[in-house]
Design a protein around this ligand. Structure first.
Ligand SMILES: NC(=O)CCC(=O)C(=O)O
Length: 297
């Protein structure tokens, strides 16, 4: 059986400490991505909302317009920084996410991830599909939908030398259908830039990463901002890489840092041979969600 991951790849997760200065956040991202590239990374991931503080009151003032593509420098300094950086570092770069302003309706905002090739070309755009609306009394209330609109597609990205990865953002990880469709379409890695918090991070961050790996027998990478107890929103941190057998290969703590992990060609097939879910599914009993006809690439 051909390996989904065609050749071994070094994945880097950059757990960035972002603050209120977009200029500083972009410069810091550049320093850390170049550091990851020097450590041998082929694919580098930044956190959710890496160029701004995370919070509904910030999205409008930090938002950038991404269309027409490529946007001008004035429309999206972040697009240009990431594109140049991918090229300078010679890596595939999943640019975490940024607040995006719809080009045709200035009031409409999205939480959007941009992925660039080592040539600097934009490969994919993912708008967060499931907005983070929760209310746990006495703990945390957050309502992204007050200011953001949801995306409406699953995002698969072909990295020609390596294979296909799937990009989704944070709360998207709670919806197993999205991950399963991506895996059944051939993704070897599910990447989630994400900013969990001290309540749900402690409960579910690792659990969800390992669950999505277990369900789908693929690699999973979660990339968080560093924790800042002076910020309005305290990110959980703990960026982690999980293998197709749900083992946590590496995990950061709360502080800024970079983790570089080799993903091995053949490992997915080894795990699937041992526990052959892929040949045991009962689509005569329940539908194959990846063949539902509503899948949009
Ligand atoms: N930024 C987010 O989507 C946070 C998601 C989260 O914390 C969760 O528990 O889910």
């Amino acid at each position: 059986m051909a390996s989904l991951l065609k050749k071994s790849l070094k994945l880097a997760l950059v757990q960035l400490a972002s603050g209120s200065s977009k200029t500083h956040n972009l410069a810091n991202a550049r320093t850390k991505v170049l550091e990851a590239a020097r450590a041998g990374a082929n694919l580098v991931v930044l956190p959710e909302c890496f160029n701004s503080p995370y919070g509904t009151k910030y999205f409008d003032s930090y938002a950038e317009t991404l269309l027409p593509s490529p946007p001008s420098e004035a429309q999206s300094p972040t697009f240009h920084t990431l594109s140049q950086l991918a090229k300078e570092a010679g890596v595939y770069l999943v640019g975490g996410s940024i607040p995006e302003r719809d080009a045709s309706d200035a009031k409409t905002l999205f939480n959007t991830s941009l992925t660039f090739a080592p040539s600097g070309a934009l490969l994919a755009t993912h708008r967060k599909v499931h907005l983070f609306d929760i209310d746990i009394p006495g703990k945390i209330k957050f309502k992204e939908s007050e200011v953001l609109s949801p995306g409406n597609k699953i995002t698969l990205v072909d990295l020609p030398e390596y294979g296909t990865i799937a990009i989704a953002i944070c709360y998207d990880i709670r919806f197993p259908e999205l991950a399963t469709i991506a895996a059944r379409k051939g993704a070897f890695l599910l990447v989630y830039p994400g900013a969990f918090n001290l309540t749900t991070g402690a409960l579910h961050w690792e659990l969800l990463a390992r669950a999505r790996a277990t369900d789908n027998q693929v690699y999973v990478g979660l990339c968080s901002p560093a924790r800042d107890m002076k910020a309005d929103y305290n990110a959980w941190g703990h960026s982690m890489v999980v293998d197709p057998n749900a083992e946590v290969l590496q995990q950061l703590g709360e502080d800024e840092g970079v983790v570089v992990q080799e993903l091995k060609a053949g490992r997915i097939e080894e795990v699937r041979k041992g526990i052959p879910l892929y040949t045991q599914r009962r689509f005569d009993v329940y539908p194959d969600v990846s063949e539902g006809g509503r899948f949009k690439e």
